[in-house]
Design a protein around this ligand. Structure first.
Ligand code: NAD
Length: 385
């Protein structure tokens, strides 16, 4: 008889887009991964009683609460998953850490650097608990393969990183929501999409940003239909953001994030060009990694497409389907949860997991971009704390 697995009681705060993605991961993880811990979907917190009950019923949560603080006071809960708007992350994460609970928080770490710092400091103070931030694209097998190839030296010294995240849902007809208010989101495309790009650039290269230059944040649409449909609301975050970075190694990086890019629904791409080769990922073909080997002669060199679906050869592929069958958006969350549970159960994640300290470093880059855009100057990261 196999030994019975230990369980871990989980609570989640928030229950819409990411609430669905994470609930799905909590159900799937034990079916596809042989981890040491089985998650129990214990309590979900939200504000709207009707929506909360319907959500709990559909996604198999045992209890509901409209008071998230009751989770901090519940000694049975060990891991709290925060899927709330950015301005709530700090208050909720600090309360959970002070109650000695592990915290997994959605990205960006917070809306402001001050909030992110409070979270980072609370995590450093907390004893015996771990923090995680849902930069789940790291666990897309093609990007995880890129991480491995860089570490194996396949592209040599990295010269430059080019990262873009282009979406189109944020046009003038899109009604107000927390995402369009500085007070609740902190920023627009910059924090929402740019945080993924900065995390991936740091993760894949293993390098840190030394300086941000030439940032432009554009708020094209300042009035949108209000949430209740009765008037107009004021939208005061960036609809598009672009900036350049110089990395500590001397490599350059360019970042472009937008919610108003016409035909691009979720065009997330990153390219690394190095002395000995190049790597390119495009979310539209998320199972593939494009690889260029600079040692080949110019007549036969060029992009080679690796299908990252082979068990044993590509990270996480062994947990899923036969070779060539492919994964989708939701699998990154399941893969990340498998790694979180592995570490909480005393094992090791397959790839490094971002914690609050790590995500704070990404937040500093976002802050530097904000300052660079506002003041029209280059911003050394050493001046952003
Ligand atoms: N990792 C990713 O790729 C990804 C994708 C989308 C969103 N996100 C992040 O996830 C977080 C949530 O985004 P979302 O898209 O799920 O937003 P959403 O608007 O779909 O859901 C937010 C949820 O928070 C709840 N909420 C708001 N105030 C609350 C309060 N005071 N107490 C309890 N619950 C409250 C809302 O009722 C709702 O259920 C954000 O930080 C966002 O940046 C990450």
């Amino acid at each position: 008889m196999p030994a019975e697995k230990e369980s871990i009681r989980v609570a989640m705060v928030g229950q819409r887009f990411m609430g669905r993605a994470h609930s799905n991961a909590l159900h799937q993880v034990g079916r596809f991964f042989d981890g040491p811990l089985v998650p129990i979907l214990d309590t979900v917190a939200g504000r709207d009683r009707g929506a909360l009950d319907a959500f709990a019923e559909r996604w198999g949560w045992q209890r509901t609460t409209t008071r998230w603080r009751s989770i901090a006071a519940d000694p049975r809960i060990e891991l709290v998953d925060l899927v709330t708007p950015n301005h709530l992350h700090a208050e909720q994460a600090v309360a959970m850490l002070e109650a000695n609970k592990h915290v997994a928080c959605e990205k960006p770490l917070a809306g402001t650097l001050a909030d992110a710092r409070a979270m980072r400091d609370a995590a450093a103070r907390a004893k015996g608990v771990r923090t995680f931030v849902w930069f789940h694209y790291r666990r897309c097998p093609a990007l995880a393969t890129a991480w491995r190839l860089v570490r194996e030296g396949r592209i040599g010294r990295v010269y430059h990183v080019r990262a873009t995240y282009l979406q189109s849902w944020g046009g003038a007809d899109t009604p107000m929501s927390w995402r369009f208010r500085k007070k609740t989101a902190g920023s627009g495309a910059l924090g929402d999409l740019g945080s993924h790009l900065v995390d991936l650039a740091r993760f894949l290269t293993g390098d840190e940003v030394r300086e941000v230059r030439g940032a432009v944040l554009a708020n094209f649409i300042q009035r949108r239909p209000s949430e209740d449909g009765r008037g107009m609301g004021r939208s005061n975050v960036d609809d598009a953001a672009s900036f350049l970075c110089v990395m500590r190694s001397g490599a350059t990086a360019s970042f472009e994030a937008t919610r108003v890019a016409g035909p691009h629904h979720n065009a997330h791409s990153i390219e690394l060009n190095g002395e000995e080769g190049s790597l390119r990922f495009e979310f539209d073909r998320m199972n593939d990694l494009l690889v260029h080997d600079a040692s080949l002669d110019v007549g036969s060199a060029g992009w080679r497409r690796i299908q990252c679906t082979h068990a044993g050869a590509h990270p996480y592929a062994d947990a899923w389907w036969p070779d060539g069958h492919g994964l989708g958006y939701e699998h990154g969350f399941v893969n990340m949860l498998a790694d979180i549970l592995a570490e909480l159960g005393g094992g090791r994640a397959r790839l490094p997991l971002p914690d609050f300290e790590d995500a704070y470093r990404t937040q500093r880059v976002l802050e530097a971009a904000t300052i660079s855009a506002r003041e029209g100057c280059a911003v050394p990261l050493s001046e952003v704390r």
